[in-house]
Design a protein around this ligand. Structure first.
Ligand code: SF4
Ligand code: SF4
Length: 442
C-alpha cells in the first residue's frame, strides 16, 4: 500500500513503525476470509483491510479519531486471525494498538461509554477490587434481563452481570503445594494473573502442583500483578505500561537473585502480552533490555511442559476432548500443536473444532463492550463444538473458559487441569459429573 507520510511525521518512531506496517499490505483481501467481524457483519470497514485504510487515513492526515474510526476499531477483537492468514506479513497487532491509543487520546466517547471503560480499567486488573466487584455484581444479577433492554450501556452492564454470575470456579489455589519430588529440574515464576486468579484459581494451582511433582520449583514473586493486557487493548497505554513495568521490575529482581528458568503463563492472553513487553518498552532505554529479557523467558505452561518430555499416561482413557485454541494462543503466540500433543500423550482423544481459527468473542473486555457481536461469535463457537460431540472442552485461556462456559453444559477446563490429573493430581472439579468410562483394555 502506498503511503504519503511527511519526513516530519516519520521522525516519530511510532509513525515510522505504522508506515512500515501499512506499506506491507498489498490489498489482497485474503485476511477478510478469516476475520470474525467481517464474517459476521459483512462490512469492508469491519475487515482487517478496511481497518488498515481507516488507520492509514487517520495517521497520514494527522486527524483525531472520528466516530467512524472508533466504531470499526472498537469492533475489532484483536484476535489476530488476520495476521495468521496474511501472506505479506502485515503486523496488524502493532498497527491496531497504535490506533487504539490514538482513539483514547483524541476521541471523546459518549459519557456512558467512558464510565463503563473507566469502571473496567479500575477493577479488572486488580484482584482485590475485582473480587469485591464480582460480589456486588452477583447480587445485582437478577436485574440483568431488565438492563439488557436499556440500550447499549444497559446491554454492557447486563453482559458484565452475566459474566459475574458464572462465578468463581474453585478455591483450589489456596491448597498447599506438594513438596518437590525427585531432583530439581528448574525454577520458574508462575504469573497468577488478575481475572484468572479470581475467576479460576484452580488452573494456577494445577500448574503449580504438576510442576512441583515434576521437580520444578514454582514461585509467584511478591508484588507481581496484572500483565497490563486488559487496559492495553482499551488503548490505555500509560496504565498498561505502568502495570508491565511493575512486573518487569519484580521478575528482574528474581532473575538477578536466585535466577529463573522461565516465566510461566497459564492464560494465553497474558502470554501474548508479556511476550510483547520487549516491543512495548523498545523506546524506553532504561527498560528496553530488561523487558526484552523478560519476553524471551516467557512461556505458556504447555511450551514448558513439552520441554520436560512427559511420559505417556492412560488416565485420559479416550475421553473425547474438544480442544479450543484461544486466539492469543494460536494467532498471538503461534502455539498450535503442543497443547494437543500433551493431551494425546495423557490419553485423551483430542478433536479439532470446525472453524477453530475463529474467535469465541471473549477477547479481553470485548464481550462486555461489544456484547451483541460477542454473543454471536460465542454461539457460533458452541455450535461448532457441538459438531464434534465432546465429553469436555479444554482450553488455555480464562477468558474463553468464561465466555464459552456461559453457553454450554459441556464441562470446560483448563488444559493444565487435565494434565495435572493425568500425572497424579486430582480430577478437575468441573468433571465431577462426567461418567466414568471403562478403562481401555491393555
Ligand atoms: S484482529 Fe481479528 S477482528 Fe481484528 S481485523 Fe484482525 S481478524 Fe478481524
Ligand atoms: S491479507 Fe495482508 S496483505 Fe492482504 S489485505 Fe489483508 S493485511 Fe493486506
Amino acid at each position: 500500500m502506498q503511503t504519503s507520510f511527511s519526513p516530519a511525521q516519520l521522525a516519530d518512531p511510532n509513525t515510522r513503525e505504522a508506515e512500515g506496517i501499512i506499506r506491507r499490505c498489498v490489498h489482497c483481501g485474503f485476511c477478510t476470509a478469516t476475520c470474525p467481524t467481517y464474517l459476521e457483519l459483512g462490512n469492508e470497514l469491519d475487515s482487517p483491510r478496511g481497518r488498515i485504510y481507516l488507520i492509514k487515513d487517520m495517521l497520514e492526515n494527522d486527524k483525531p479519531a472520528s466516530a467512524e474510526v472508533a466504531l470499526h476499531i472498537d469492533r475489532c477483537l484483536s484476535c489476530l486471525s488476520c495476521m495468521t492468514t496474511c501472506p505479506s506479513g502485515v503486523d496488524y497487532m502493532h498497527l491496531v494498538d497504535q490506533a487504539r491509543v490514538r482513539i483514547e487520546e483524541t476521541y471523546r466517547r459518549p459519557l456512558s461509554d467512558r464510565l463503563v471503560r473507566h469502571l473496567l480499567s479500575v477493577t479488572l486488573p486488580y484482584p482485590g477490587r475485582f473480587r469485591a466487584a464480582l460480589g456486588l455484581a452477583t447480587l445485582a444479577r437478577p436485574f440483568a434481563p431488565l438492563l439488557a433492554r436499556m440500550g447499549q450501556t444497559g446491554a454492557r452492564l447486563a453482559a458484565m452481570l452475566q459474566l459475574a454470575g458464572q462465578g468463581v470456579r474453585s478455591g483450589a489455589d489456596r491448597e498447599p503445594r506438594p513438596a518437590i519430588l525427585g531432583g530439581r529440574r528448574g525454577r520458574v515464576a508462575l504469573l497468577r494473573g488478575c481475572a484468572q486468579s479470581v475467576l479460576d484459581p484452580g488452573s494456577n494451582a494445577a500448574a503449580a502442583r504438576l510442576l512441583n511433582r515434576l521437580g520444578v520449583e514454582v514461585i509467584s514473586p511478591k508484588g507481581e500483578g496484572c500483565c497490563g493486557a486488559i487496559v492495553h487493548h482499551m488503548g490505555r497505554d500509560d496504565q498498561g505500561l505502568a502495570l508491565a513495568r511493575n512486573n518487569v521490575d519484580v521478575w528482574t529482581r528474581e532473575i538477578d537473585g536466585s535466577g529463573l528458568d522461565a516465566i510461566i503463563m497459564t492464560a494465553s492472553g497474558c502470554g501474548t502480552a508479556v511476550k510483547d513487553y520487549g516491543h512495548n518498552f523498545r523506546l524506553i532505554p532504561e527498560y528496553a533490555q530488561k523487558a526484552a529479557a523478560i519476553s524471551a523467558l516467557t512461556l505458556d505452561i504447555t511450551e514448558y511442559l513439552l520441554r520436560l518430555d512427559l511420559p505417556r499416561s492412560d488416565v485420559g482413557n479416550g475421553i473425547v476432548v474438544a480442544y479450543h485454541s484461544a486466539c492469543s494462543m494460536q494467532h498471538g503466540q503461534r502455539i498450535t500443536t503442543g497443547p494437543k500433543l500433551l493431551l494425546e500423550k495423557a490419553g485423551f482423544a483430542v478433536r479439532d473444532i470446525p472453524e477453530g481459527h475463529i474467535c469465541c468473542g471473549s477477547a479481553g473486555t470485548y464481550n462486555i463492550l461489544q456484547p451483541e457481536i460477542a454473543t454471536r461469535l460465542r454461539d457460533r463457537k458452541v455450535r461448532n463444538i457441538d459438531k464434534v460431540a465432546p465429553d469436555l472442552i479444554a482450553t488455555g485461556n480464562i477468558g474463553c473458559m468464561t465466555q464459552i462456559g456461559g453457553a454450554t453444559t459441556i464441562p470446560i477446563v483448563h488444559t493444565v487441569e487435565l494434565l495435572d490429573w493425568a500425572y497424579g493430581g486430582p480430577r478437575p472439579a468441573a468433571l465431577a459429573d462426567l461418567a466414568e468410562r471403562p478403562q481401555a483394555a491393555e
